[in-house]
Design a protein around this ligand. Sequence first.
Ligand code: SF4
Ligand code: SF4
Length: 349
Amino acid sequence: MYELIFDREKCARCKSIPCMTKCQYIKLDTVTAKKEWQKVLDGEDSFILEACTTCYACNEYCPHGNNPFYMIVDRQEKKGILPSPRPIITMWVNQCEPVGKFTVGLLQEKALSYCFLAHFNVLAHGKLFEDLEYSAVYGQEFFCNAVYLHYAKTSLIKERLPKIIENIRKQGIKELVCLHDECYATYTSLAPAYGIEVPFHPIHYYDYLIEKLKALKDKVKPLGLKVAYQRNCSTRLIPEVDKSLDELFNLIGVERAVRKYDRKNALCCAEIIRMAKGPELADELQKKNLDDMQSVKPDYVVFNCPACWDSLATKVAERGMKPIHVIDLCRLAVGEEQSLNLEKMEAEV
Ligand code: SF4
Ligand code: SF4
């Protein structure tokens, strides 16, 4: 059985407890943070377990790579604490259950992962994906399962993830380009934290696009745009990829506007928070985030996560701003059109 690999000695030596004192939702001074965090580590009751919005950010705030968020989820499940209403959790558990049926393209040793997100059927085309367009996996059998961190279902991840990894390996895939960074986080952070072996090389799609754009440099026209970036929860598990995004923006001539709710102070799309803590808090967070985006007068609001897109793109457009996915922004730089497009989506409905 897989168990969380966690170094309590690091916590014992940690003076400022940044994982808890930097939390945007639970306001703690250092003394209280130390006391309550110790309770979490010791398996005792702590209000942290109930108050956590599952924003993932404490994993990024820990400077020692100790994955405090995985510890919180582990303790929530052991204590039967449900971070969201039971029917929502049950729906997620059922709808993503592997059923032995799946869709794959003409697979090569290098393949794209669409995970469980149909948006990538629209996005992963054109010059940037010409070698891999048909080499893709999609569906429950390839679903990374990280979403269950939001629902205190570590046991389900431990049960299903090794089977998913084996499904990918059995397709002969040696390099998996993860189009959703929750997948990349699963294979580079979550699986190692539980000692689950990953027998293929995960590649974040930012890094894939950087190489592709360098190869296509004669076709790249700098866009000269200023953008507001919507940073999503799963990037908190892999903060190192934020540097790759900066490099990517640089390659296509895009300025990432400095705004209050980006980088370590980012606000997630708040839809999980809507389920976990109710609409009042979610609406307040979204308003703060949208106000902040608007204040920098961006040419585009750039999304990385399709789930953020689903919850915020329409609201962005209602305020007169233009939403676009990172892949589509790169597509503009090589002379192609935006493919994930609200107007097109509405017309199709
Ligand atoms: S999890 Fe990290 S930040 Fe939190 S107390 Fe332990 S070492 Fe410090
Ligand atoms: S996941 Fe977010 S809300 Fe929960 S303790 Fe960590 S930083 Fe705070």
